[in-house]
Design a protein around this ligand. Structure first.
Ligand SMILES: Nc1ncnc2c1ncn2[C@@H]1O[C@H](COP(=O)(O)OP(=O)(O)OP(=O)(O)O)[C@@H](O)[C@H]1O
Ligand SMILES: [Mg+2]
Length: 243
C-alpha cells in the first residue's frame, strides 16, 4: 500500500506528520455539484486536504458550507464530479458502485446526528447489526457487540431498546455500532447536534478515547467549535472551499 509520510495541509497550517503518520484520506481538487431541476449548485470547489490516520479530525464551517457533502464523499456515499480521492493509500475515485459499497462496508463506520438506531432491536442487537455481513459465528457477534457496549459504558443496558435510554446513551450505542466492525475510518456528521452541551462534550471525548484505544481514524463534522479539544486537527470549509 502506498502510505504517505509527509506534511499535511490542515486548517491552512502545514503540520508536519510525526514519525510515521500515514494518510487516511487525501482529497485532491475535489469538486461536487448537485443538480436541482436544471440549476447546478456547487457544493465543493477544488477541495484539497489530507486527513492523517490515527487522528480525530474536525470539519467545521457554517451551515450550507459543504461539510456533509465533504463527509459523504469521504465515506464513499457520494462521488466527486472532478478531482481525486485516496483512502488509506488506495485511489477510490473510480470505484464502481459495488466496489465502493464493499470498500465502505470493510473500512468505514458512520455516526449520524439522529442516531439511526433500530427501535425494535435491543441495544446489543443494534450493535450486532453491521456485523451480520461479516463471516463470524452468532456467538462471536454477540460477544463483539457486548465488548463494544462495555467500552462505551453501556454494558449494563444491553437488553434495553433505544426508546428506553437517554439521547446521550443512544449516541453511545451508535458509537459502539460504528466501532464494532472495527473499521479504519469513522465518519460522524454532527453527532452531537441533538445533545446538550455536557453530553456533547462526553460524546466527543468518547470518540477521541475510542480513536486512541482502537487506533481508528475519526472525522467529526460540527459547527460547534467550542466542542473541539485544543490542538485537534481542524479543516474549515467555507462556501465549498477549504480555508
Ligand atoms: N441533495 C442536494 N441537492 C441539492 N443541493 C444540495 C443537496 N445537498 C446539499 N446541497 C447544497 O450543497 C451545499 C452544501 O450542503 P451541505 O449539506 O454539504 O452543507 P453543510 O455544511 O453540511 O450544512 P449544515 O451545517 O447545515 O449541515 C448547500 O448549498 C446545499 O444547499
Ligand atoms: Mg450538514
Amino acid at each position: 500500500m502506498n502510505q504517505h509520510i509527509e506534511a499535511a495541509q490542515l486548517d491552512g497550517q502545514t503540520i508536519t506528520a510525526g514519525s510515521a503518520a500515514p494518510c487516511a484520506a487525501r482529497f485532491e481538487a475535489v469538486t461536487k455539484d448537485y443538480r436541482l431541476d436544471k440549476v447546478k449548485v456547487r457544493a465543493l470547489t477544488e477541495v484539497s486536504c489530507t486527513i492523517l490516520a490515527g487522528t480525530t479530525t474536525f470539519i467545521t464551517g457554517p451551515s450550507g458550507s459543504g461539510k456533509s457533502t465533504f463527509l459523504n464523499i469521504l465515506g464513499l456515499v457520494d462521488r466527486p464530479d472532478a478531482g481525486r480521492l485516496e483512502l488509506f493509500g488506495a485511489d477510490v475515485t473510480g470505484l464502481g458502485d459495488a466496489a465502493a459499497a464493499d470498500f465502505r462496508a470493510r473500512n468505514i463506520g458512520f455516526i449520524f446526528q439522529s442516531f439511526n438506531l433500530i427501535p425494535v432491536l435491543s441495544l446489543r442487537e443494534n450493535v450486532e447489526f453491521p456485523l451480520l455481513r461479516q463471516p463470524m459465528s452468532g456467538r462471536a457477534r454477540r460477544d463483539r457487540a457486548a465488548a463494544y457496549l462495555e467500552a462505551v459504558g453501556l454494558g449494563g443496558l444491553m437488553d434495553r431498546r433505544p426508546g428506553e435510554i437517554s439521547g446521550g446513551q443512544r449516541q453511545r450505542v451508535a458509537v459502539a455500532r460504528a466501532l464494532a466492525p472495527e473499521p479504519r475510518l469513522i465518519v460522524a456528521d454532527e453527532p452531537t447536534a441533538n445533545l446538550d452541551t455536557r453530553t456533547s462534550r462526553e460524546i466527543v471525548a468518547l470518540l477521541a478515547r475510542m480513536q486512541a484505544e482502537f487506533n481508528t481514524t475519526v472525522v467529526i463534522c460540527t459547527h460547534e467549535t467550542q466542542l473541539i479539544p485544543p490542538h485537534s486537527p481542524v479543516i474549515e470549509i467555507i462556501d465549498g472551499r477549504v480555508v
